[in-house]
Design a protein around this ligand. Structure first.
Ligand SMILES: Nc1nc2c(c(=O)[nH]1)N[C@H]1C(S)=C(S)[C@@H](COP(=O)(O)OP(=O)(O)OC[C@H]3O[C@@H](n4cnc5c(=O)[nH]c(N)nc54)[C@H](O)[C@@H]3O)O[C@H]1N2
Ligand SMILES: Nc1nc2c(c(=O)[nH]1)N[C@H]1C(S)=C(S)[C@@H](COP(=O)(O)OP(=O)(O)OC[C@H]3O[C@@H](n4cnc5c(=O)[nH]c(N)nc54)[C@H](O)[C@@H]3O)O[C@H]1N2
Ligand code: SF4
Ligand SMILES: [Mo]
Length: 700
């Protein structure tokens, strides 16, 4: 690594290094160093100067070049030339594309029967950048008065649970896990999805910490922990309540912390006492002794004063009771006073820590006064098929997709595909590649990648702020998302001054109120000054200022203000038609559906896999490597069975999220997932999905 890392504009010749930020939806938000030779990026590495990154990237992003310079990269605008979904397109000039799109949108907006609410943006975290994310896009859609999108597809059940319990997406600072003496890794597979946390957990382990993984799957992480509790999917609240039962009955409690900094203890105690370990063991499908041992380890921290940290992750909140489960677990640290230590407490998301206000970027003031219709991205399948009605409002007539691949990632694919295939739906997709979603577009607009544009990033797994400088010029005719929305705004006749802001101005606007932007420009990342132990003395930003075991708001909305065990929608009972519970966590070398088309990474993953326990495989005469059909009433997909230790009996793990067109018979795991929503946060229940599996007639 050369000594100086340039953070200034990159000259077209010579060799330079440029500091950027990883744009992906990953808690680690690494600082990147891109080596550029004569205008071509030749290497992307982790920044050794950024403590959280520590010079290390995951396998995926160390191949970032292979993705940006991919031969199938979209380099010019395309217009549909075949039937919807056929993937047939012809090149078109930018001016023509923008002008035609603007006219088509304008016609909908101006039609009194349809109006702006018939237009829907659909986006998620393809990039987590503030600028290429919603920077210009939200201004555009606010000005238009389009429908709002409820961005629930990933984290909103857990987010709502944290809000109710702790007062926001707040928690431990990730680096202090290195000092913890007990770490519960709960619904999280950090070796795949939170690598830099795993580094801290390893330091703790070397210093004598015990690591316990709570996960139905024997994941890459579970097998490296001291203990693995392989509970049934969706039963975490029962486990947490039984741990509380043990804390109460053995008096492993920090009475002083509970008295001063919590709300609703007496009621929670009563609820916990209804959950003796034997009851939870039955629900979770695990031995009683395992629950007792977990509680003993956790409770021992009260007497010893050893800090206990819980790394919760999003895997545990993708079932019907996901919000309640996160709430139950989030009560535990207060019971043993773990928050008193900086290496104690819990972390699900730290995204609420930074306290930035996005409104200077998104400009909600541009939206005309009056009610707006909100569409939930997790039910896009049903919603695209909904006719106009007084309750729903106008049918969705136009869809602008950016930073997301809903045809692959949204639940209940057959509905999603049917919706996207509507001939009367006008669809524009801003993309790097011709994804499954892009196949259904009327226009595909080529977007720049992180190597080619400016951005700023806050994170949800640590608390630094990062800048992304462009390392190379935009490839082909690609344009930044911001530039595309700027052009569309102009073509629609929106003359507000904010549509003239360039990307560097947007970076500044996003953050300036909270930090020294010039320092960010110089260093590439900034650490915010934060207290080491956020709740050592209480001060939870809840309505009561306490850790709310009992929530008035939830009591009013759900009829129960305490966390409880909420059984899955889909029981997967042995005697039912769909006796196997399926979860579909990410494959390690993909990022949701991103990177599936990068050959070297796809080669590592091989093919879409369904992990099965030998008991379930043998009873179906399925052998390791057989092609299987996974099905339920919603649909079916085919993949290769991987028979072994990773799946517990009764549970199958369908690793996601493959591009449909790169999987057997052009389908993927979301053919079988459903659109029912979680108890809190209106989120999808990807891991609450009962299926049957049989040997497939397809050949490998
Ligand atoms: N390599 C890689 N990294 C990623 C991603 C990726 O696709 N690939 N995706 C990114 C995104 S968008 C997100 S949201 C995060 C996701 O990463 P995480 O937040 O870690 O969530 P998942 O990977 O969905 O699930 C984590 C673990 O929870 C387990 N799990 C499933 N159901 C349950 C349950 O009911 N209870 C419990 N206790 N455990 C359960 C799964 O088996 C899995 O091993 O990772 C990010 N990082
Ligand atoms: N079965 C099942 N389904 C799941 C999940 C699961 O665990 N199981 N996980 C769910 C979760 S947690 C999430 S977060 C969602 C993720 O779903 P999505 O947010 O749709 O994420 P990706 O599949 O990574 O697709 C992002 C797309 O954005 C594009 N993109 C990236 N950067 C840019 C840019 O700068 N400009 C433009 N225009 N495009 C860009 C990429 O090329 C990519 O195609 O999937 C969900 N789906
Ligand atoms: S995906 Fe995560 S681990 Fe990989 S480079 Fe990006 S932020 Fe780092
Ligand atoms: Mo996610």
């Amino acid at each position: 690594m050369p000594e100086t890392i340039s953070i200034h504009a990159v000259p077209a010749t010579g060799t330079h290094q440029v500091v950027g930020a990883c744009p992906h939806d990953c808690p680690d938000t690494c600082s990147l160093v891109t080596t550029v030779q004569d205008g071509v990026a030749i290497k992307v590495q982790g920044n050794p100067k950024h403590p959280q990154t520590d010079g290390v990237l995951c396998t995926k992003v160390s191949r970032y070049n292979e993705r940006s310079y991919h031969p199938e990269r979209l380099l010019q605008p395309l217009r549909r030339s075949g039937p919807k979904g056929s993937g047939q397109f012809t090149p078109v000039g930018w001016d023509e594309a923008i002008s035609d799109i603007a006219q088509r949108l304008q016609a909908i907006v101006n039609d009194p029967q349809r109006g702006p609410q018939a237009v829907l943006p659909y986006s998620y975290a393809g990039t987590m950048g503030w600028v290429q994310g919603e920077g210009m896009a939200e201004r555009f859609f606010n000005r238009m008065g389009a429908s709002l999108l409820d961005r629930t597809i990933c984290a909103s059940a857990g987010g709502a649970a944290l809000d109710a319990t702790l007062g926001g997406k707040l928690g431990m600072q990730v680096e202090f896990f290195a000092e913890s003496k007990l770490i519960l890794i709960w619904g999280s597979n950090p070796i795949a999805s939170n690598l830099h946390f795993w580094r801290y957990a390893q330091i703790a382990k070397r210093n004598g910490a015990k690591l316990i993984c709570i996960d139905p799957r024997s994941s890459e992480t579970a097998e490296k922990c001291h203990e693995h509790i392989a509970l049934r999917p969706g039963t975490d609240a029962a486990l947490a309540l039984a741990v509380m039962h043990q804390l109460v009955t053995h008096d492993w409690l920090d009475h002083d912390y509970i008295a001063r900094h919590t709300l609703g203890w007496e009621a929670l105690k009563e609820r916990a006492l209804q959950w003796p370990p034997a009851r939870a063991a039955d629900v979770c499908g695990i031995p009683v002794a395992q629950i007792e041992s977990l509680a003993r380890d956790y409770g021992a921290c009260v007497a010893s004063g050893a800090p206990a940290g819980i790394r919760l992750n999003y895997g545990m909140q993708r079932t019907r009771g996901g919000g309640n489960a996160v709430r139950a677990v989030a009560c535990l640290p207060a019971l043993i006073g773990a928050w008193k230590h900086r290496a104690g407490g819990m972390l699900l998301s730290a995204s609420g820590t930074h306290g930035f206000d996005k409104s200077a970027l998104s400009r909600p003031d541009l939206r005309a006064k009056g009610p707006s219709r909100t569409v939930n991205m997790s039910t896009i399948g049903d919603d695209l098929l909904r006719p106009a009605s007084p309750t729903f409002g106008p049918a969705i007539e136009a869809l602008i997709v950016y930073n997301s691949n809903p045809v692959a990632v949204a639940p209940d694919s057959s509905k999603v595909v049917q919706g996207f295939a509507r001939e009367d739906l006008f669809t524009v997709v801003l993309e790097h590649f011709q994804t499954d979603t892009a196949d259904y577009a009327d226009y595909i607009l080529p977007a720049t990648t992180q190597l080619e544009h400016w951005d700023v990033h806050t994170t949800y797994g640590h608390t630094d702020v990062l800048l992304n400088r462009p390392a190379i010029a935009p490839m082909g005719q690609s344009r930044t998302n911001t530039d595309i929305f700027r052009s569309l705004a102009k073509a629609m006749g929106y003359t507000d001054a904010c549509f003239a802001d360039d990307d560097l101005a947007l970076c500044r606007v996003a953050l300036e109120a909270r930090l020294d932007f010039d320092q960010l420009l110089t260093d590439g990342f900034v650490s915010l000054p934060l207290p080491d132990a956020p709740f050592a003395n209480g001060h939870f930003p809840t309505p009561s200022g306490k850790c709310e075991f009992f929530s008035e708001r939830l009591a009013a909305s759900l009829g129960d203000g305490l966390p409880d065990y909420v059984p899955n929608y889909e029981a997967a009972a042995a005697n039912s038609s769909y006796p196997l519970a399926m979860i579909s966590p990410p494959a390690r070398n993909f990022m949701n559906s991103t990177f599936v088309n990068v050959k070297s990474l796809r080669d590592i993953e091989g093919q879409p896999l369904l992990e099965m326990n030998a008991v379930d495989a043998e009873s179906r005469a399925i052998r390791d490597g057989d092609m299987v059909r996974v099905f339920n009433a919603r649909g079916e997909y085919h993949c290769t069975a991987h028979v072994g230790h990773r799946a517990r009996p009764g549970v199958v793990n369908g690793l996601g999220v493959w591009w449909r067109k790169l999987g057997p018979k052009g389908s993927n795991v979301n053919e079988v997932t459903g659109q029912q929503l979680t108890d809190m946060g209106r989120a999808p229940t990807f891991y609450d999905c009962a299926v049957q599996v049989e040997k497939s007639s397809l050949q490998q």
